[in-house]
Design a protein around this ligand. Structure first.
Ligand SMILES: Nc1ncnc2c1ncn2[C@@H]1O[C@H](COP(=O)(O)OP(=O)(O)OP(=O)(O)O)[C@@H](O)[C@H]1O
Length: 581
């Protein structure tokens, strides 16, 4: 079973910011528009509160209706402008945020695709999917819309505090004494919130993994009556997720009332001190009401700062998990990709003294493996299970690099060519024919998307699958279901042959092409197989002696646990039978 995902190391908010800020490159203008319009809305609010004070003193206190209309109209105008500005600001921020999200996901996905297949063999897909979806969204809340919200909130605090100072600086000073109390409370909550958020992110990934594994293997689950066990597995993982979510909800719910009590204390202090100032004749009723209104706006803004701290904590927990992925470097890289023209080679493959040990294993899988396959030649690679036959194919495709020796394609060390060029020249057919859930046409054209329909049909005819495709409900447009499961193993195999024929690369690696096929089906694919191999350098990995033509040269890999160097039959002159039953 695949290891549970490692807990991502905590990355500081500042570092997270530095890491993801460059990704905002194309969308910053949306955030600038968002901030500017939010500022306009805040200024309108400050002005309308001033009008409220004016109306109280000049209209209500003096009971003068004539003085009402002008400030009332101005107030209405401000409300309309503020509404429009906040609409434009919120809309621009949302567009910027979503675009940022899309770009970041593309980038992380592209990075994942630079990692070698062993990375994916060691990870749970569900967890990686959670990182690409929920965790990336959390980053957007930190670096995208979160940043705009932070700007807006800070601007509100400055405006409302400035206006309050303008009305009565001494009263303002008294009330601002309470601000540090808000900040201390929010700091305390944010620290607790972050640890709950980290647990929630981790369990979210694990839950996704359980769902992905169970649903992808429903045939096994149902055939072995494991439905209840799988449901319990999900439920157990859900338990951790539930606890973490409840902890977050508790903290959020508690933060509001605590801040509310602090706010009430402040308002009472304002009213008390304000009443005294009115008695002393230093303040009008309108001034006090406007002051109270500013503070009533100011405290929620300060409270919002605290709420933002909680969101940032949650976002940082998600971003830790994305940063952890981005920091993983591919184990195989191109030396100098630019120097590599994408040319079709002749297909001469050579292994020279190749030795290889898997990173997490102590015993070597391959030792001193040497052989050469000339263009168009068939080499059969056989040997007991676990001897390293599939490993040989992985090395040829550079999913790993050998620890010792060299692998050459047309005389060039494959480490000196770009992986793209190398892989353009090699087509691999694995034990289990891998198909996608697209149509028959999509699957055949997967290696050559630009191929036209005639070429696709021609490849299908050569792979002896055209007639079968004709019987499908939508012929070449028939969807093949998840991993091509809507067709049989032999049919999948022939569709994969068609894909390989269409790709037309000079080197072909066939890894147990007959696995799981009965004798009549195996016999049926012999002809298309021969057509596929014809004219290509073919490395045929097989236990199936029916597949080995008389003329083929054979490499026999020794048992994996053998402490001696592996046995390789001496390469015989071309066309001499070396292994035959
Ligand atoms: N990703 C991996 N990490 C660690 N060890 C691996 C990995 N893949 C394969 N191995 C080990 O390397 C050895 C060779 O595996 P490989 O798949 O090449 O054998 P094979 O000869 O193709 O076997 P079979 O005929 O059963 O397909 C085995 O002992 C296997 O357990």
């Amino acid at each position: 079973m695949v290891q549970p995902p490692p807990v991502a190391p905590a990355v500081s908010v500042r570092k997270t910011f530095r890491q993801f800020w460059p990704y905002t490159g194309g969308v910053r203008r949306f955030f600038v528009v968002g901030v500017l319009f939010a500022l306009v809305a805040a200024v309108c609010e400050v002005a309308s509160i001033a009008l409220f004070g004016f109306i109280t003193d000049e209209v209500l206190s003096r009971q003068s209706l004539e003085a009402f209309w002008v400030p009332a109209l101005a107030w209405l105008g401000l409300a309309v402008v503020a509404g429009l500005a906040s609409f434009v600001g919120a809309y621009a921020t949302a567009v910027g945020g979503e675009r940022f999200l899309l770009g970041l996901r593309d980038n992380v996905f592209a990075h994942l695709q630079t990692l070698t297949p062993d990375f994916f063999d060691n990870r749970r897909l569900g967890d990686l999917m959670a990182r690409l979806t929920d965790d990336i969204e959390a980053i957007e809340e930190l670096v995208g819309s979160g940043l705009v919200r932070l700007f807006m909130t800070v601007a509100s605090v400055v405006f409302f505090a400035g206006a309050a100072f303008y009305i009565r600086w001494d009263l303002a000073l008294v009330t601002f004494v309470m601000v540090p109390a808000f900040l201390l409370v929010s700091k305390f909550f944010a620290a607790k919130f972050r640890s709950a958020a980290a647990r929630e992110r981790l369990s979210n990934g694990t839950m996704n993994s359980v769902i992905e594994e169970s649903l992808a293997n429903q045939t096994l689950v149902q055939a072995y009556n494991r439905q209840k066990a799988e449901a319990e597995r999900l439920h157990d993982e859900g338990g951790t997720w539930l606890q973490a979510n409840v902890a977050q909800a508790r903290l959020s719910a508690l933060y509001g009332p605590v801040a509310q009590v602090l706010q009430t204390i402040c308002l009472l202090v304002i009213l008390g001190v304000g009443a005294w100032e009115i008695v002393e004749g230093r303040l009008t009723i309108g001034g006090l009401l406007a002051f109270a209104a500013y503070v009533a706006y100011l405290y929620p803004a300060v409270q919002n700062l605290g709420q933002i701290a909680l969101t940032v904590s949650e976002a940082a927990a998600g971003s830790d998990r994305v940063v952890e992925i981005l920091r993983i470097r591919p184990t195989v890289t191109d030396r100098d990709a630019a120097a590599q023209p994408e040319t079709r080679g002749r297909g001469r493959v050579e292994f020279a003294d190749v030795g290889f040990t898997y990173p997490n294993r102590s015993r070597p899988t391959l030792r001193n493996l040497s052989f050469r396959a000339d263009p168009g030649e068939l080499i059969v690679c056989t040997g007991p299970s676990g001897a390293g036959k599939s490993t040989l194919a992985k090395l040829l495709l550079r999913f790993y690099d050998p620890d010792t020796g060299h692998i050459l394609l047309d005389g060039v060390d494959i480490r000196d060519m770009s992986r793209k060029t190398l892989r353009e020249n090699i087509t691999i057919l694995q034990q289990e024919s891998l198909l996608f859930s697209g149509t028959v046409r999509d699957n055949i054209a997967y290696g050559r998307p630009e191929a036209d329909m005639d070429d696709i049909v021609q490849a299908a005819i050569m792979a002896d699958v055209h007639d079968f495709i004709g019987t499908l409900p939508q012929q070449y447009d028939t969807p093949l279901g998840q991993r091509g499961r809507l067709v049989s193993g032999g049919q999948r195999q022939r569709i994969a042959f068609a894909r390989a024929i269409l790709r037309d690369s000079p080197v072909l690696v066939l890894d147990e092409p007959m696995t799981g096929l009965d004798s009549p089906t195996a016999a049926r694919i012999m002809e298309p197989l021969k057509r596929l191999m014809s004219g290509r350098t073919t490395i045929l990995i097989t236990h199936d002696l029916r597949l080995i033509p008389e003329t083929a040269r054979t490499i026999v890999l020794g048992p994996a646990q053998d402490p001696e160097p592996i046995r390789i039959e001496p390469v015989k002159p071309h066309g001499t039978p070396s292994h035959r039953v």
